[in-house]
Design a protein around this ligand. Structure first.
Ligand code: SF4
Length: 145
């Protein structure tokens, strides 16, 4: 399978705070598949580190209200293009939980208080809209690979 993976899950230090979300053993588990690490935020030219953002009323905002929506959409488009969805395609995407870009099942509610609501990040939503199966990294235990 061709599997898109949030780059931070594979140890790439692309998180907003300069860190990663490494899942130990993930790379080994995906051996034999074509793994496509992608960080849509970095793909769009955002720096590391960068201010944290949350989704609010359809926009991507920092805690002090700076609107990053356009930059995030640029990143989603760049990441989708890199995956060649209209060509060879992607069978599966394994994405970091709760991210405003990669979240699959829930995202922060825009209040910067840690509250979660049902929803998807912009990249996850775009992949799903194009028919790619998206899986939350928190649900890997039940994933049959
Ligand atoms: Fe990880 Fe996705 Fe955030 Fe990039 S945008 S750091 S891949 S969760």
């Amino acid at each position: 399978m061709r599997i898109c993976v949030s780059a931070c899950l594979l140890g790439q230090r692309v998180k907003y705070n300069g860190g990663d979300n490494l899942i130990s053993g993930l790379a080994e588990r995906l051996r034999g598949h074509e793994v496509l690490p992608v960080c849509p935020e970095v793909a769009g030219g955002l720096p590391v580190p960068r201010p944290p953002v949350e989704l609010a009323r359809g926009r991507v905002l920092t805690a002090d209200g700076v609107d990053k929506t356009d930059a995030f959409h640029v990143g989603v488009e760049a990441a989708l293009a890199a995956l060649d969805l209209d060509g060879v395609g992607v069978d599966l995407a394994i994405l970091q939980s709760r991210s405003p870009s990669c979240g699959v099942n829930e995202v922060y509610d825009g209040s910067f208080t840690g509250r979660l609501i049902p929803g998807q990040g912009l990249f996850a939503e775009a992949l799903a809209a194009r028919g790619v199966r998206i899986v939350d990294a928190a649900g890997l235990d039940t994933l049959d690979l």
